[in-house]
Write a protein that binds this ligand. Structure first.
Ligand code: RAM
Length: 947
């Protein structure tokens, strides 16, 4: 039986709080036993409670992903049911109807009748460093309880005369908030409204609170905390990014039987108090909870609030938007593995896994006992607690004061999270047992869509590490690291986007962040290197730009960073079939590209400023974006070594080439996007300039021996990957890259902007063995070096723990270098994307390398695409491929395949080493006459056949 399943609206399952009037619909086709299914037509119906329906009628179309319904425009704050049925291949009968629902949020500014309110509070104090210069000297001696303020609690009483049929709470805050009705949280969402460009747009949440309301008196309670709005964020640890007082806004829409409605809004009837148990809470510093003054039932009608004070009604200016995507929740719990007594005699809880989140613990002890929990990602070389996150306001410390309940008491902070694996506990009464501690992972609740497992246990761990780092850093926006900076560094996501979109459903999540990036875009088209970029940092834009060699001070427009505005939407288009996200971001990417073009035309790099150039040379320079400071191939390992080593070496040695290469790459992407969006003039213009950039690059930067300046591998890798090496110079360039790798004793020397392409550049240029050597290398710098050092997440620096065991204070949870994961899926799992949304795929695992098997799947927008293969010692290979309905695949066999046996869905036998197949299960068995490549060193001892 064919059935339609996994119905989604804007890539979300039964969303309430939908943000658009023009939702797009997707469904999977569950083919049952049938094979080779292609949808030929669909019919879709949308109906809202009032009855009026929208019917598409039968539409001859293969589309089943993000299908727009022409003519339909959803009403604000309205619940809809929808259903769909399809026709397949030649069948005359449609499938059964499949049904789902969605509900729009408040879509118009006029829907809002609420007033912003401000509880009585002291303004948040200025805190942290103001400039980068200050950052390195600043010492904060005052304890947090003297600098941070108690969180305001708010209460609003209201009456409900009869049982409502539907009630929705729309809410947001300047700060972050937690809302309750009659003693129960309105949802499991935390840290709402999330990271925002608060001064421009602000998201609000939509909660279904129908079941929370009672006939009679009700109370809506809200707690506010500094969050990203006023709290201490970023590397500077400075407060008041967007404002200094916390404010709230809400609107409760109640519907009674018979279409009667009532609206309750935040206004002057709200009362507030700062005498509650949360004595302070900051995302980075931590939280202090005094359970002696805990308020049981503070959001219930019976609670005595006579001492609470009225709030002020205030005016706030910015446009409100329904929140896009999945909320932040507690997504996973990690039990404590053990509690160690360190050489220094301290008690440290080890959760066995680096995460972003916080600890829930149980304790029994005397009233007033003070328990402190300090969080860190590593122990030092002696096994002692080591606070690896340095800088102002990076305390990562929670404090709990016991109420002294003889039954014991349990606590988890509400308004903070930390990056950690280890927790030093102080003041914990009595014995501490692992069962009493649970690490709660906090993250945007993105569905996991990818799975990968290979015959190499260490590669499996690497893959897990990448996923953990993605989890930890996909918290409201994609961040660089979840402890030190927590900034939306644009370059980090740019390099990681492919991997991110392979592992999780990141469409709506990144769509929202791209809006924030657009909010921040400067009038001349520049994209910030960090988004959101709090206005508090704006003064860093004033004054002269940083010097070419001092690029870390750069706030905007680093090559490869700002390009996220074009490259990330392209990844979303490829992986999820989302064309709208390209259109939505198109003006911003055009402006950014234009900025680059003008910048490139406006000058020459410092080394040529005094030179007299011929007109031809001058023209060539105008095609190269080599005159503006950038981060270069950031954190390439060799730039961090040697006598004058510093992170700033990276741009100095590669800035010109990296800037020019990424400029060309952006132009290529723009030509492609313009083509997809049917803008032929733009396409031709960008393509022409991309050609000019290529020619200029080859002339300026690749000498007759194939040498590219800088002495680093990255520029070679990127030049090859972006197709910037003319055919006649290719052999020499490849040879030089190989030489550099050998000079590094077969180690990578790539930074942020090149590492994603390293293995492919070797693979496609005839050096598969070397690609494996680097992948399986286990001395520093390498991926497996980290794994062997016990890494459970990706490290910021290749040698964050140096070969002599020294533990540095880098971040141990930076996903950027994890962008290799996408390569593992494509080459080892073999799953490759051929057309948007995997409508066309290719399954081409490398069965001839050192691995003896792998299994992978991706829940594509059409359904699950899976592959599983194993190779016996005698060269016999067995493979199973599962192809989702409405898609086709090409299975590629290696040249040496003999005795090929194909079963299942495939349309025909292998021809030319290829098997074309429609949907269904295909099994293929064959023999490799010769295992063509020496397996080399088979990494990992725990080789397991894939399950
Ligand atoms: C570091 C960040 C980030 C990187 C920038 C250039 O401070 O952690 O990963 O994008 O610098």
């Amino acid at each position: 039986m064919i059935a339609l399943t996994n119905l989604r609206v804007e890539q979300m399952e039964r969303p309430i709080g939908l943000w658009t009037r023009h939702p797009r619909f997707s469904w999977w086709i569950d083919a049952g036993e049938e094979t080779g299914l292609i949808q030929t037509a669909y019919e879709l119906e949308i109906e809202h409670a009032g009855g009026a329906a929208w019917r598409t009628g039968r539409i001859e179309s293969r589309d089943s992903v993000l299908v727009a319904v022409e003519g339909f425009s959803a009403r604000s704050a309205t619940a809809y049911r929808w259903r769909v049925r399809c026709w397949m291949n030649a069948a005359t009968e449609p499938t059964a109807w499949a049904e789902s629902s969605f509900e729009t949020s408040l879509l118009d500014a006029e829907d809002w009748r609420a007033r912003w309110i401000e509880p009585r509070q002291l303004p948040v104090r200025p805190d942290g460093a103001a400039t980068f210069a200050e950052l390195f000297s600043l010492r904060i001696d005052t304890p947090p309880e003297e600098r941070l303020l108690p969180t305001p609690y708010l209460r609003q009483r209201f009456r409900v005369e009869e049982q409502p049929v539907r009630a929705r709470l729309y809410a947001t805050a300047h700060g972050i908030y937690h809302a309750e009705i009659n003693g129960a949280p309105v949802s499991d969402e935390i840290f709402a409204p999330g990271v925002e460009s608060y001064d421009i747009h602000l998201s609000f949440q939509t909660f279904d609170v129908t079941d929370r309301l009672a006939v009679g008196e009700n109370v809506l309670g809200v707690v506010l905390s500094d969050g990203w709005y006023a709290g201490r964020v970023g590397i500077l640890g400075s407060s008041r990014g967007y404002g200094e007082t916390l404010q709230a806004l809400w609107q409760l829409e109640v519907e009674y039987p018979g279409d009667r409605r009532e609206t309750i809004t935040s206004d002057g009837t709200v009362v507030s108090s700062t005498d509650g148990p949360i004595r302070y809470a900051d995302l980075a510093v931590g939280e202090l909870y005094d359970a002696r003054i805990a308020w049981d039932g503070w959001s219930t009608p019976d609670f005595d609030d006579t001492a609470w004070e009225p709030v002020a009604v205030v005016h706030a200016e910015q446009s409100l938007l329904p929140f896009v995507g999945e909320p932040v929740r507690r997504v996973v719990e990690v039990p404590a593995e053990r509690i160690v007594r360190t050489p220094a005699g301290e008690r440290v809880v080890d959760f066995g896994q680096v995460i972003a989140g916080r600890v829930r613990f149980r304790v029994r002890g005397e009233r007033g006992s003070v328990v402190r929990l300090e969080h860190s990602e590593v122990l030092d070389q002696h096994g002692d607690f080591f606070a690896n996150i340095v800088g102002p306001n990076k305390d990562q410390t929670d404090v709990y004061i016991l109420r002294g309940d003889p039954e014991g008491e349990t606590w988890e902070p509400a308004f903070t999270f930390h990056g950690f694996r280890y927790v030093r506990i102080q003041g914990f009464p009595g014995d501490a047992n692992p069962e009493d501690f649970t690490a709660v992972v906090t993250a945007s609740d993105l569905p996991v869509i990818g799975h990968l497992e290979t015959s190499d246990a260490r590669l499996n761990r690497l893959h897990e590490n990448v996923r953990w780092s993605q989890r930890a850093n996909f918290l409201s926006i994609p961040t660089d690291c979840p402890q030190r900076e927590r900034y939306g560094w644009t370059g980090d996501l740019q390099v990681f986007a492919e991997t991110a979109a392979t592992n999780m459903s990141v469409g709506p999540f990144l769509t929202r962040w791209l809006r924030i990036i657009r909010d921040d875009q400067l009038p001349d088209g520049q994209i910030m290197n960090i988004s959101p970029s709090p206005p508090q940092l704006d003064h860093l834009l004033d004054g002269p730009p940083p010097s070419y060699d001092d690029a870390i001070m750069l706030l905007a427009s680093s090559a490869g960073w700002g390009d996220v505005i074009a490259l990330a939407p392209l990844v979303l288009f490829e992986h999820f079939g989302d064309r709208r996200v390209l259109a939505e971001n198109y003006p911003a990417m055009v402006a950014w590209t234009q900025y680059q073009i003008e910048s490139a035309r406006s000058g020459v790099p410092p080394r040529l400023r005094e030179a007299s150039l011929t007109p031809a040379e001058r023209e060539r320079q105008r095609a190269l974006w080599n005159n503006q400071p950038n981060f270069g191939d950031w954190l390439a390992p060799s730039t961090l070594r040697g006598p004058d080593a510093s992170q700033m070496n990276a741009p100095r040695r590669t800035g010109e080439v990296i800037g020019s290469l990424y400029h060309g790459h952006l132009l290529d992407a723009m030509a492609r996007i313009a083509d997809i969006l049917d803008r032929p003039d733009d396409r031709d213009r960008y393509a022409a300039r991309a050609r000019a950039a290529r020619t200029a690059f080859a002339e300026e930067y690749i000498d007759a021996d194939g040498v590219i300046p800088g002495g680093l591998q990255g520029p070679y890798v990127v030049a090859l990957a972006f197709d910037f090496v003319p055919e006649r110079k290719k052999d020499a360039v490849v040879a030089r890259l190989i030489e550099l790798i050998h000079e590094a004793e077969d180690h990578l020397d790539t930074g942020f902007l090149s590492v994603a392409f390293l293995l492919d550049a070797l693979w496609e240029n005839g050096h598969r063995d070397l690609a494996y050597t680097l992948l399986l290398q286990d001395t520093a710098p390498s991926w497996l070096y980290q794994v062997d050092r016990g890494a459970t997440t990706m490290w910021e620096g290749w040698e964050a723990i140096t070969p002599d065991g020294t533990v540095t204070d880098l971040s141990f949870n930076h996903y950027a270098f994890g962008c290799v994961d996408d390569w593992l899926y494509r080459r080892l799992g073999g799953l490759q994307l051929e057309s948007p949304g995997y409508r066309e795929s290719r399954v081409a695992p490398d069965v001839e390398g050192p691995l003896t098997g792998a299994a992978a799947h991706i829940d594509t927008p059409y359904g699950r695409l899976a592959s599983r293969w194993s190779r016996r010692a005698d060269g016999h290979v067995e493979m199973e491929v599962v192809v989702p309905a409405n898609t086709t695949t090409t299975i590629e066999l290696p040249d040496g395949a003999r005795n090929i046996d194909v079963h299942g869905a495939a349309a025909g036998p292998a021809s030319g080493g290829r098997i074309r197949s429609g949907s269904g299960v295909v099994t293929v068995a064959y023999d490799l006459t010769t295992v063509t490549r020496d397996p080399g060193k088979e990494a990992g001892s725990a080789l397991t056949a894939p399950r």
